[in-house]
Each structure stands twice: as C-alpha cells, then as structure tokens.
Design a protein around this ligand. Structure first.
Ligand SMILES: Cc1ncc(COP(=O)(O)O)c(C=O)c1O
Length: 407
C-alpha cells in the first residue's frame, strides 16, 4: 500500500511569519554548506560577537546546578521573582509583589503564553510597524488580528498617536509597545509613553510593554516604564529579561510583571497561570541568574557610554550608513540595531527580501529586510550593530559596494 496523504502544517500557521530566522537564513546556511563564510548580522545575539556573560551570573548558575534538577514553581523560583519585584519597586512601582511576576524561558515564551491566555479569535491587537515580528506572529497564532500602527521615521520613529487612534475599533483589546524599540532603536519620551498609555486608558485596552532593551540606552536617553504611566487603572504587562542587558540570550531567562487593576483581570490571570502550569516551569538554572543579575554590579554601563562597545558600534554604524548615497538612518537612542532607509528614487527595490538575498549572495553578508518587521514598503533593512568596529566597517563597506552596483 502506498501512503499518499501529505502531512501538512497546521492551518493556524498560515499567516505566521518570522523572517528574522526565515528563508534568508536558509539561504545563508546553504552558502555556508558550500564553504562560504557568512557575516551574520541578522539577529541580536551578543555572544558570537565576543560579549561574555558577567562572571557572577555564571558562578551563580554553576553553584545552583545541583539543586536545579527538579521542576520549580511554574511561576518561577521565589528569589528570582523577589528580585524582579524589587527591581520594579526601585523604579517607583511600589505595589509590585512576587505574585505579580512570572518567570519564563525568555520574553519569547512569555509573549506566546500571555497571548494564548488573552486573545480570543478575531480580537484586534495593536502592534507597531515596524515591529519585532514575534509579536505579530504570536498574535496571529493565538487567533488574533495584528493591526499595525505606524512609527514615524520623520519623527525619530516615534509612534504616530493619531494613527493609533484611527485604528481602534470596538474589537481592539490591547496595544503592544516596544520601548526601546527593535528594529528602530527609538527610545520614547515620557510624554510619548504617557500618550500611548492614555489611549489604552480611554479605550480600555491592555498594555503589553516589551522593555527587553530597557538598559541599553545611549547619550543620556532615559527609559520610561509604561507600567508607571499605566498606574492603577490600566492593566499593564511588562516584559523584560537577561538576554540583552546581561548578554545571555542562550540561557533563556525573562519575566513578565503584571500591574494595574488586577482585580478586574482575575479570569485572564487564572488563564495565564493555567498555561504556565501546563508548561511546568522555566529552565531552573537560569532562573537563579536573575537575582544576581539584577542585584549585582551592572556591567552594561561599561558598554553603553562613550568608549563602550555597544555605544561606539551604534554610532559608527549610523555614521557609515548615512555616508552611503541614498541611504538614511535615524540615530538609535538604544537597543542593538539600525533600521536604515533606501531611498526608492535611488534604489527602486520592489522585493526587499530578494534584495537581501542578492546582497547575501554577492557579499556574503546577512541582514534582514524591512518588510520582515512588518514595515509596509520594501525600502528598509535592519542591521545588527553587535560586531566590533573593524568588522562593522567591513560589513557596511560591503553593503556600500553592493549598493553602488544598483545605482
Ligand atoms: C523586542 C524584543 N522582544 C523580545 C525578544 C526576545 O527576547 P528573549 O531572548 O528574552 O526571548 C527580542 C529578541 O531579539 C526582542 O528584540
């Protein structure tokens, strides 16, 4: 008997994309298998670029390994949740308790868990454009409809509040705020954060604040927690973790903190607890790193000021990109990326994914196309600014050479 029925992926995945690790990466891997060396500037993964975990984090995890063999509480170990709650208390969110914190295998897992618990079929969730595409993908997978609001490049990539208002319907249930922003590097002013949260307040939306880059800030930029603006009357879920600020994204340690009118959200929070229980717990050794990370010496400070690698690389990438004719890049105020624009008059690109694949084949350099971040037009790409300055110069030189062939 010949079996012919094809084995297909779930229809739930039909509109789900995650291009940061999508077809372009497959092509890069194919080229690598042919023996080419590819410079991969497509994901914000600090370790391959010579960034090492703070020693205290390693020591703490090693110390706790023997006692990390069993499942932990599904919400997370007590010391980690205490450390996270105390971190927010120090930020002025005095009411945060250990009960308000869920620890997860990175923010990624928590985004999926929260959206599975929150979204009903057809619910509209406001997501920024450009976005970190996991948000759009996870909303879709949860049965929701991502509705993209515009961040305005001409206004330093700040969210366009009027555009947000115009996209709210009676079916809108939440708004995602990514601040500091991936891919744009924007850090929102207090007034902007308050403006965003005020929209949520007036339309009874839940706020999902992805603040994973909260400690990667340049030139005196200040990060404002959405939860502070949300106060006691807007339900706010704040996501953060160790991946970026502590350079340990492989350890998978993140958290979500819930603030605001929790008494109105008991049903939702029961659902979130159910989902947390179903996946047993986050990996336990990395949970031990959280207390040490948040309480100890904050080595990130050495990286984000003048002379520090994150800072110098960001400045250099911004300058070199802007030196290329027809390329403009808003200066990042935080995070690990540049999101330059290719002037369509100079580079009439119709398919930016094809552009990125051609660049990869020609120059053995991997970046991510702008539409992969749900940017509506094929005229941007994202560059990760993690390589040291010599490698960045080389990488942007290759981009410049390639673009010269297109003019
Ligand atoms: C905005 C944003 N949120 C979440 C994540 C995922 O973080 P984690 O490693 O904690 O899953 C990333 C990773 O690049 C990100 O850029």
């Amino acid at each position: 008997m010949t079996l012919v029925r094809p084995i297909r992926q779930s229809r739930k995945l039909h509109n789900v994309r995650y291009d940061v690790r999508g077809p372009i990466l497959v092509e890069a891997q194919r080229l690598e298998a042919e023996g080419h060396r590819i410079l991969k500037l497509n994901i914000g993964n600090p370790a391959p670029f010579g960034f090492e975990a703070p020693e205290a984090i390693l020591a703490d995890m090693i110390h706790h390994l023997p006692e990390s063999q069993g499942y932990s509480d599904s919400q997370g170990i007590y010391s980690a949740r205490t450390a996270v709650s105390q971190f927010y208390q120090q930020q002025g969110l005095l009411d945060v308790t250990v009960e308000d914190v869920f620890i997860g295998n990175g923010v990624s897992e928590l985004i999926s868990m929260v959206l599975q618990a929150f979204v009903d079929d057809g619910n509209e969730i406001l997501v920024p454009a450009p976005d970190y595409p996991l948000w759009t993908g996870a909303v879709t997978l949860a049965g929701g409809v991502p509705v993209h609001y515009l961040c305005d490049e001409d206004d330093d990539w700040n969210p366009d509040l009027a555009d947000i208002e115009s996209k709210i319907t009676e079916n809108t249930h939440a708004i995602v705020i990514i601040n500091p922003n991936n891919p744009t590097g924007a850090v929102y002013s207090k007034a902007t954060v308050e403006g965003l949260v005020d929209i949520a307040r007036r339309h009874e939306l839940v706020v999902f604040a992805d603040e994973i880059y909260e400690k990667i800030l340049f030139d005196g930029a200040v990060h404002h927690h959405a939860a502070k603006a949300a106060g006691s009357d807007v339900l706010c879920l704040t996501f953060s973790g160790l991946s970026k600020s502590y350079r340990v994204c492989g350890y998978r340690a993140g958290w979500v903190m819930i603030s605001g009118p929790k008494e109105r959200a008991t049903d939702f929070l029961e659902g979130l607890t159910l989902i947390a229980n179903m996946r047993m717990c986050a990996n336990v050794p990395a949970q031990h790193a959280i207390q040490t990370a948040l309480g100890g010496y904050q080595s990130i400070q050495e990286l984000i000021g003048p002379g520090g690698r994150f800072y110098e690389q960001s400045i250099l990438a911004h300058r070199l990109l802007n030196d290329i004719p027809g390329v403009s890049s808003v200066r990042p105020q935080g995070a690990l990326y540049c999101f330059p624009r290719l002037d369509p008059e100079v580079y009439p690109i119709e398919d930016d994914e094809a552009f990125v694949i051609d660049l990869l084949r020609a120059k053995k350099l991997l970046v991510t196309h702008g539409t992969g971040f749900n940017w509506p037009t094929p005229d941007h790409f994202r560059l990760v600014t993690l390589p040291d300055v010599a490698v960045l110069e080389e990488a942007i030189g290759r981009i410049a050479d390639y673009l010269a062939t297109l003019r």
